[in-house]
Design a protein around this ligand. Structure first.
Ligand SMILES: C[S@@+](CC[C@H](N)C(=O)[O-])C[C@H]1O[C@@H](n2cnc3c(N)ncnc32)[C@H](O)[C@@H]1O
Length: 287
């Protein structure tokens, strides 16, 4: 691949997905794009770059799919899910008891393990039997991972990563060499294509957003813009979960930290004249 091709391709993935490929990622880009070139009958990556200049939508989709990193697993990092259950859920149930409608967004959901983990966790709490309506929405830019998420069938390797055995037994059925998630869990989750770099308002508003392990791929300006768009579609008393290597501090003034809860943030509401900012939120002390 020529240096000019590398620059064109990394400019294109930045334009489409906001993902930054540094000067040292030539080999990575080549390894990921060679199979795409072969699939589309193109001689090499220079030919692929030339073809991408045309309006070939399937090729562009495969290009984006190949350059996203889709690593995920059930109950990833454990702690955010414990915090969700022990702190966030009771808070929302107390504040929103009148409407009894909980909307959760798994932004950049990859193959769906995060969204399905939340669905199983919620079933385990029995909230669905207390008159609560629950919508979990998973979005991702990659059509390939979304197709897998929608299928809700996982390999032995995938169900062995993070999923407690009792939840595997309770909520999955083995079909051939894969494990299919139970229809009642699947019905709690919807998956849609969604680019964090674009307008997200069509998704509606959410009480809880999991946007984990994706901001790491963006530059500061993109992170700031994404967090701004997320804040716009969150309830003022909502909660944002970020990944272990991600923060809002120094990145966005649209969110504040939740005291004593690492990795959880709340939207900062514009203060009414004379009021203190964030008056809507007062975090109970950690037990
Ligand atoms: C490393 S996975 C994280 C999955 C999950 N949130 C977790 O923490 O396990 C990152 C996901 O972000 C998606 N992604 C990358 N750029 C995106 C964008 N601009 N809009 C939406 N999703 C994006 C990728 O396709 C990938 O599935």
């Amino acid at each position: 691949m020529t240096p000019a091709t590398y620059d064109n391709l990394r400019r294109l993935i930045f334009e489409k997905a906001g993902i930054v490929f540094g000067d040292d990622k030539v080999y990575l880009l080549e390894t990921r794009l060679n199979p795409v070139a072969r699939k589309h009958g193109l001689a090499d990556i220079d030919a692929l770059a030339a073809a991408l200049r045309g309006a070939n939508k399937p090729l562009l989709g495969d290009f984006v799919d190949a350059l996203t990193t889709n690593e995920t697993f059930f109950f990833r990092d454990t702690k955010p899910f414990d915090e969700f259950r022990q702190f966030v859920l009771p808070d929302i149930m107390a504040r929103r008891g009148a409407e009894r409608h909980l909307r959760i967004w798994s932004a950049a959901c990859s193959t769906g393990q995060e969204a399905y983990s939340l669905a199983m966790l919620l079933r385990e709490t029995g909230i669905h039997q207390q008159g609560w309506r629950i919508d979990i929405v998973g979005t991702d830019i990659s059509r390939a991972v979304l197709a897998r998420a929608q299928e809700g069938a996982f390999t032995q390797f995938e169900v062995q990563r993070g999923l407690p055995i009792q939840l595997l037994i309770k909520y999955f059925r083995q079909v051939g060499d894969r494990w299919e998630i139970a229809p009642e869990v699947k019905a709690m989750v919807q998956f849609r294509e969604g680019n964090l770099m674009g307008d997200l308002s069509a998704l509606g508003t959410f009480n809880v957003v999991f946007c984990r392990n994706v901001l790491i791929y963006f530059e500061l300006a993109q992170k700031t813009a994404i967090l701004g768009r997320i804040a716009k579609i969150m309830k003022p008393d909502g909660f944002l979960f970020l990944g272990g290597a991600e923060t809002v501090i120094g990145v966005s003034d649209k969110f504040g930290i939740v005291p004593n809860r690492r990795g959880i943030y709340h939207p900062v509401t514009a203060p009414a004249p004379g009021a203190t900012p964030n008056a809507v939120f007062s975090a109970p002390a950690r037990a």
